[in-house]
Design a protein around this ligand. Structure first.
Ligand SMILES: NC(=O)C1=CN([C@@H]2O[C@H](COP(=O)(O)OP(=O)(O)OC[C@H]3O[C@@H](n4cnc5c(N)ncnc54)[C@H](OP(=O)(O)O)[C@@H]3O)[C@@H](O)[C@H]2O)C=CC1
Ligand SMILES: Nc1nc(=O)c2c([nH]1)NC[C@@H]1CN(c3ccc(C(=O)N[C@@H](CCC(=O)O)C(=O)O)cc3)C=[N+]21
Length: 296
């Protein structure tokens, strides 16, 4: 079998177009402009690229973008004061603090200072708890993007066996919660899992969020399974810089029924979902109907 390629780039363009249409209506009918504030501490090159892309996409869909670039040595009190200001700013509906933060800053403390209603990353402890108990919350962008692509491909996910490799708070755990919410039978695998290959081969839906280049190979994939590759790894091959996922694409695509590529898969969906979450937060803040098909 040769896998169908799930085109995350095209899917994300469609999500952004739907967000843009809703934003235009909000502006025209209510005079409201959704606003996203992104906070970057330090000069990590990868983070700078992401923040630039987020800014461009935010402007492109008609939202207001507020960028706050702080020096690497910024103190905790100063960062918390900025978050307090953004929490109180009515033009800001979404706040994202780019991770990872420099080592001297306590990211839990910082994230939990964000008003949960403006926490468009869905990392605040209140949103984590709401998601875990099946209540309305802000849903983390990367898992939300994966869920959208899976629903689109499968129609319903009920009863499917899902294996999530990785148990981080930002990808693996919320991904597992969303799949459970859609009635999958969910297994979470991690570095201490015994016989990972056998566990993965039981999956109708296999989500790889490990951070190890090309670790999931074709022999770990059940024939016909849907493979979602969250990994973003910069490697050097034949003297050239290259972006690869956590899945060995060639061997996995030869067995899978469908697969997301890297680049052009989950990554673009993450940014599109960030914009969708900002719109959702703005609608909630103004007591307006939420956009359809853009939330979990
Ligand atoms: N496309 C996108 O938008 C995004 C992509 N990413 C990418 O996704 C990947 C994962 O990110 P993140 O969740 O933050 O990573 P973390 O490093 O926080 O978590 C990695 C997880 O993988 C598990 N793991 C590590 N090695 C193995 C192994 N050999 N076998 C099984 N499990 C293993 C770890 O297990 P244990 O807990 O036991 O240590 C851990 O739970 C990275 O490549 C990252 O760049 C991340 C965010 C967004
Ligand atoms: N608070 C916070 N929220 C995040 O959501 C967050 C974060 N911190 N820190 C870093 C990770 C990583 N992340 C990505 C976003 C887009 C692409 C993306 O667009 N990738 C393109 C390629 C881009 C390239 O070429 O580098 C693609 O896969 O096609 C990738 C990764 C969000 N993250």
């Amino acid at each position: 079998m040769v896998a169908k390629v799930i085109d995350g780039k095209a899917f994300a363009a469609d999500v952004r177009a739907r967000v843009a249409a809703h934003v235009a209506r909000l502006k025209e009918e209510k005079g409201i402009v959704p606003g996203l504030a992104v906070v970057l501490v330090g000069e990590d090159p990868a983070s700078q690229v992401y923040v630039r892309n987020k800014h461009a996409s935010t402007i492109e869909v008609g939202m207001a973008s507020f960028e706050h670039r702080l020096p690497a040595g910024t103190g905790e009190a100063e960062l918390l004061a900025l978050i307090d200001r953004l929490n109180g700013d009515p033009a800001v509906h979404g706040i994202l603090v780019q991770l990872p933060l420099p080592g001297h800053l306590n990211s839990e403390l910082v994230i939990n200072r964000i008003d949960p209603a403006k926490d468009v990353d869905g990392f605040h402890i209140s949103n984590v708890g709401l998601l875990g108990t099946g209540q309305k919350s802000m849903v983390p962008c990367t898992p939300l993007g994966c869920l959208m692509m899976l629903r689109d491909h499968h129609g319903t996910l009920a009863g499917l066996n899902a294996v999530v490799v990785g148990r981080s708070n930002i990808v693996g755990k919320p991904m597992a919660q969303l799949l459970l919410g859609d009635s999958c039978t969910v297994t979470i695998a991690h570095s201490r899992t015994k016989d990972l290959a056998a566990v993965c081969r039981g999956a109708d839906i296999l989500v790889a969020a490990v951070g190890r280049p090309e670790m999931i190979t074709g022999e770990m994939v059940k024939p016909g399974a849907t493979v979602i590759d969250v990994g973003i790894n910069r490697i050097e091959r034949d003297g050239k810089a290259k972006l690869v996922g956590d899945v060995h694409y060639e061997s996995a695509a030869a067995v899978a029924g469908a697969i997301t590529p890297v680049p052009g898969g989950v990554g673009p969906m993450t940014i599109a979902c960030l914009l969708a979450n900002t719109l959702t937060a703005c609608c909630r803040a103004n007591g307006l109907a939420e956009p359809e098909g853009l939330t979990a």
